[in-house]
Design a protein around this ligand. Structure first.
Ligand code: ADE
Length: 231
């Protein structure tokens, strides 16, 4: 899987995505992440990348010129146009399902906005979809891009070890994950549920599903409504 991130703050995104599981997957060549500085593609003599909006209004907009130049440098020599995502609070809200879809694209370009946004013409020309990571406004798209890259990367072959497998976890089957316990068997006066100590696999499975349903009912009843779960 290959990610190209277009940003005014490449060190910010690169450092988040250099640690822990994602950092190791990069070093092992399981995924490729390149951060490109949009400012390097400015044609302005002072390297400016923003300008005032036509029609007036508050704040500054990112100019289409460096954004497009950066995009062209990334895509030069490629046979097909990579799927291009603009991170913005106006986009469709990101989900686990969308993460699988992006993983299946194989190559994606992520564009991070700043200031009051980006000139609409370059968005219309290069962007395939606009994604938000939630209904709140960040100072820029960098943290959102890191969230998307992290979430998509862990679905790629060889990124997680078998013990970190994602197949049984929250959202994968539309339910929240059941509670988990490890040693000691009693802690602060509370024992691990007996069924988990029983070694009876069918009972453990049934208990876990029951807990998943109860937890989803309590925390996210909206998810349960989409599921085929009896009373
Ligand atoms: N940029 C600013 N806010 C954002 C959000 N919520 N999601 C994605 N990109 C953003």
């Amino acid at each position: 899987m290959k990610f190209d991130i277009m940003t005014l703050f490449p060190e910010m995104v690169d450092s988040i995505l250099s640690e822990s599981i994602i950092g190791r997957a990069r070093s092992a060549g399981k995924i490729q992440i390149k951060c490109h500085n949009i400012r390097d593609y400015s044609e302005d003599k002072h390297n400016r990348v923003d300008d005032t909006p036509y029609g007036g209004g508050m704040g500054m907009l990112m100019s289409p010129v460096p954004v497009y130049n950066c995009y062209q440098a990334i895509t030069a020599g490629r046979d097909t146009k990579p799927h291009t995502v603009y991170l913005s609070p106006k986009g469709a809200v990101f989900s686990q399902k969308k993460a699988y879809e992006l993983r299946d694209k194989g190559e994606i370009v992520l564009l991070c906005g700043h200031y009051e946004g980006i000139d609409q013409r370059v968005l219309d020309e290069i962007v395939d979809e606009e994604i938000s990571i939630g209904d709140y406004v960040l100072t820029g798209g960098e943290l959102a891009a890191a969230v998307v890259v992290d979430c998509v990367s862990r679905l790629c072959d060889g990124v997680l070890s078998d013990s970190e497998c994602y197949e049984n976890e929250t959202f994968t089957d539309g339910l929240l994950e059941y509670p988990q316990y490890t040693r000691p068997v009693e802690w602060h006066g509370v024992r691990v549920p007996e069924v988990l100590l029983s070694g009876h696999h069918a009972n453990i499975e049934a208990w876990r599903r029951q807990k998943s349903i109860e937890l989803t009912q309590k925390m996210r009843p909206d998810l349960l409504r989409k599921q085929d779960v009896s009373e």
